[in-house]
Design a binder for this molecule. Structure first.
Ligand SMILES: [Ca+2]
Ligand SMILES: [Ca+2]
Length: 131
């Protein structure tokens, strides 16, 4: 399973200032976290792999590499640049979503009820920005 979701930073409120209008940011960090589903005592849920990309209004983009650790962090490396006005786009990408297997490590045979595909992942994306 390879889920993908794209988010854009919210537009600033009318008359206000916000990341969609600011062309320079004094700081911007993005943290993606997730926890795989719990399974029965005789099962092991193999890790899920997620990461994300970040694209500035100017088109410059970065990749926060996929990981199975449950947390991926990204930080804007150069706050002196003008990244243009408009939406920043963050795309969460899923890699290999490890399936549920026997805790014994034995291979999954046909009709083995312990084994099943892992078809979901709930994640949280936290963004902190300043301008
Ligand atoms: Ca899994
Ligand atoms: Ca999962």
């Amino acid at each position: 399973m390879r889920p993908e979701a794209t988010l854009t930073l919210p537009s600033p409120v009318a008359g206000g200032v916000g990341p969609a209008r600011a062309t320079r940011l004094s700081g911007f960090t993005v943290t993606l976290t997730w926890t795989d589903e719990s399974v029965g005592a005789n099962q092991r849920n193999q890790p899920d792999q997620l990461g994300f990309t970040v694209m500035a209004p100017s088109g410059q983009n970065w990749t926060a590499p996929m990981s199975t650790s449950g947390t991926v962090n990204w930080k804007l490396d150069d706050t002196s640049k003008d990244y243009g006005a408009g939406a920043w786009t963050i795309t969460v990408q899923g890699g290999n979503m490890g399936d549920v297997q026997p805790i014994t490590g034995r291979p999954c045979l046909p009709l083995n009820l312990v084994c099943r595909p892992d078809t979901s992942n709930g994640w949280t994306l936290k963004m902190d920005w300043a301008w």
